[in-house]
Design a protein around this ligand. Structure first.
Ligand code: NCD
Ligand code: ZN
Length: 347
């Protein structure tokens, strides 16, 4: 049995770093593992301009631990009034690597998101023309749609029409959670790819309620059934280069999680690569790990593979660590599902 593996240093193709004290607190965990990350723009206010992105990127770089070369790849928060020409100019100088579509009201800090996909058709047209990726939070916000069906309904109501109208638009269907979404992506061509998170490889919706309602297992899209999780796992280990890792690590202070109306988002950066490796081992797919974590995402975003490697080791006893970090006066708890972690990075 294999107990050690060395892979090209991974990229995190979907990451929430926040700002200020929270940024300073969470960044070292990502920088320890990942060389680059596609950084989500859902700050308050959202990152919608090149100037905001450049300033945010500078703050991330300034918050890096000494000797870290972690590289933030910025994204633009799509609104009803995003200007296609501004976007073209920004993409040409790599100020943005992708545009993020949050349906308005779908998730944390999505209030400025798109209210009707028709409003952004001119933007999608421009993006298709220049080959700029659209990163999609694929859930409808219709209150009449069951929370567990919102991803599937999004495919029918939004994704499929967009796919049809812009066949060569590069689309990243972010954080897949359902068998329906996995099947959909498998059926598409090279213009549709998907990210998969560590927590959706591990959790089912039972975990939300195990031992009492647990907000630390709550994120959006919400975890689904075991059958759905198994489909997501199958996609991750398939070796199909249209599925790659995006952690969706999304820190919230404990005081925002441990209350009625708990915030959606799981802070998994510190344990992300450990859990992913563990699941790949369980599925006898360690040979597929490097593609999923370090090659396919970079290839999709037209980046060269990273020049360094990381090594992961399987411990004989569960990894011991402090399962929380401090951010200013706040505490942020680290993703700790009901499954012991045995794989850890060797520094
Ligand atoms: C994310 C956050 O907290 O910013 N939350 C989440 O549950 N995943 C937003 C998002 O990506 O949906
Ligand atoms: Zn996210």
């Amino acid at each position: 049995m294999r107990t050690e593996i060395t892979i090209i240093r991974p990229d995190d193709c979907h990451l929430h770093l926040r700002d200020g004290e929270m940024l300073a607190a969470v960044l070292p965990a990502s920088a320890r593992i990942y060389a680059r990350a596609i950084v989500m723009p859902n700050l308050v206010p959202p990152v919608t301009t090149v100037k905001q992105a450049a300033e945010y990127s500078r703050r991330i770089i300034d918050a890096r631990p000494e000797s870290s070369h972690f590289e933030p790849l910025m994204t633009c928060y799509l609104t009803d009034s995003t200007n296609p020409d501004d976007l073209k100019a920004a993409y040409a100088v790599q100020a943005f690597h992708a545009v993020k579509l949050f349906p308005a009201g779908a998730t944390t800090n999505s209030d400025s998101g798109v209210t009707d996909i028709a409003n952004v058709y001119p933007v999608l047209e421009a993006m298709q023309e220049i080959g700029m990726p659209l990163s999609v939070h694929g859930e409808v916000v219709d209150p009449d749609v069951d929370v567990f069906d919102r991803e599937a309904v999004f495919i029918d109501r939004v994704l499929e029409p967009v796919r049809r109208d812009f066949p060569e638009l590069k689309i990243v269907f972010e954080h897949l959670t359902s068998k329906t979404a996995v099947d959909y992506v498998f059926e598409q061509d090279e213009y549709t790819v998907a990210t998969i998170t560590p927590h959706h490889l591990v959790l089912t919706r039972n975990d939300l309620f195990k031992g009492g309602m647990n907000p630390y297992m709550y994120c959006l899209p919400v975890a689904k059934t075991a059958k759905d999780r198994d489909a997501v796992r199958r996609a991750a280990v398939s070796g199909n280069e249209r599925f790659f890792l995006g952690t969706d690590s999304a820190p919230h202070p404990a005081r925002m999680k441990e209350k009625a109306g708990a915030a959606a988002g799981i802070f998994n950066a510190p344990t992300s690569i450990g859990y992913v490796t563990q699941i790949f081992e369980q599925l006898s797919a360690l040979d597929k790990l490097e593609g999923f974590t370090s090659i396919y995402g970079a290839r999709f975003y037209a980046l060269p593979p990273n020049g360094s490697t990381i090594t992961l080791k399987k411990r004989e006893t569960p990894v011991e660590m402090n399962w929380e970090i401090k951010a200013g006066h706040d505490v942020v708890k680290i993703f700790k599902p009901d499954v012991s972690l045995f794989w850890d990075l060797v520094d």
